[in-house]
Design a binder for this molecule. Sequence first.
Ligand SMILES: Cc1cc2nc3c(=O)[nH]c(=O)nc-3n(C[C@H](O)[C@H](O)[C@H](O)COP(=O)(O)OP(=O)(O)OC[C@H]3O[C@@H](n4cnc5c(N)ncnc54)[C@H](O)[C@@H]3O)c2cc1C
Length: 466
Amino acid sequence: MVETTDNNSYDLVVIGSGPAGQKAAICASKLRKKVAVVERKRSIGGVCVNTGTIPSKTLREAILYLSGLRQRTFYGRGYAVKDNICMQDLVFRADAVMAREIEVIKSQLRRNRVAVYEGNARFIDDHTVEVTSDSGYTLLRGDNFVIACGTRPAHDASIPIDGKRIFDSDQVNGLQELPRELIVVGAGIIGLEYASMFAALGVKVTLLDQRPVLLDFADREIIESLCFQLRQFGTVFRLGEKVVNVGFDEDRDRVFAKLESGKTVHGSALLYAVGRQANSDQVNVGALGLTPDARGKLLVDANFQTSVPHVYAAGDVIGFPALASTSMEQGRLASCHIFGVPGNIPPNLIPYGIYTIPEISMVGPTEEELTREKIPYETGTARYAELAKGQMLGDDEGFLKLIFDPATLKLISVHIIGERATEIVHIGQAVLSMGGTIEYFRDTVFNYPTLAEAYKVAALDGLNKL
Ligand SMILES: Cc1cc2nc3c(=O)[nH]c(=O)nc-3n(C[C@H](O)[C@H](O)[C@H](O)COP(=O)(O)OP(=O)(O)OC[C@H]3O[C@@H](n4cnc5c(N)ncnc54)[C@H](O)[C@@H]3O)c2cc1C
């Protein structure tokens, strides 16, 4: 048992400074609790700020700008803002945004009087964590804990990742040069996002996945459109193909991926993106009597409470949907529950943003799910090519689809592919959360020209079908 002093004792100790940890800590602090966050990395912000969301999305913005991709509709296929784009051009912008984000987070934690400890936290008993850093170790006592230790890229001992020719998603921004041909192993969200970014830069991408279909939780029409557009960039899909060996051929100076079907795919570099492993092994949850699953995920109930009542877990360490957006809310709600403040997330109202090029966003069930559950529905679609704003932005392929109940006209879901999909989905999300009908879109005046106007066009299309 550790001696309790005012200095080392907290109402809440949070492990991890990613989105889940930050929001858990700030919420508790706003409830006037004494809070500590422990972060093992020198740089605060988690995967979200340092290797995941922020760097990848800033890289994407840099690619869209420098490649001049959207302008090509008007200025020709060869148009680019900069010739010979190199990794340094792309990463420069990401570094600037990351540095600013880190300052914002530090300042938020400071303003809210959250104590930040640098070091690796591990439980030594159910109310104590040991924090170890280069400068020694500290013991922290917590009445309550939120484990928000996140994930790392899942590795396989047989894949020779060197961070240069064979790399994982954490290492993308550290690449010295742009590959000419890239093999992407794993067509999940991260693999697809990077595949589309490199393809937009003119890199010849081959995408490999043992699953026969891409992103099975997304609308099929949207995914067909994504595949069509990625093929236009020259992307080759090899789905339903298991990778059995990855390596580097010194003689040919090429990487290769051998497939179970006997084929070999060659390239100048390979991105290995086959999912993520939770960091619960590094927190010693065994001291609490908790047993993570094979991917390190911790089991929690609807309030993010583990089977140890004063220990909660939030963010990627609890698994799907493993997004920064949901992690933040989970962290906040975990703190609310610990300190007796009501709150909940309606699961059917969580939006998903997939930042491929083109981007995808959705809220609510797909046609496939509704069909499986025998729920009648009708659809209304607006094509960006029919919208003045879509044309101005040079996006001829995008579309927005509303799914609604033909009897009551109540909105059921929204699915979008194309420019600013991840922004405009929130209009549909707001109407869904109010239980609104698609008549709202018909009877509302939208700014013109906007992409938001797609809602009106889609609603009229849907109503015309009845
Ligand atoms: C390439 C990529 C792109 C992504 N893009 C998006 C996107 O566009 N939109 C989106 O919503 N989400 C995106 N995500 C997901 C998003 O980054 C995660 O969902 C989010 O970061 C999870 O937050 P978290 O707080 O659970 O954990 P993390 O952000 O992983 O933070 C966990 C922190 O805990 C620390 N930690 C771990 N163990 C210990 C320990 N023992 N002691 C002390 N500290 C510890 C880690 O160092 C880390 O800083 C992306 C992820 C990746 C990898």
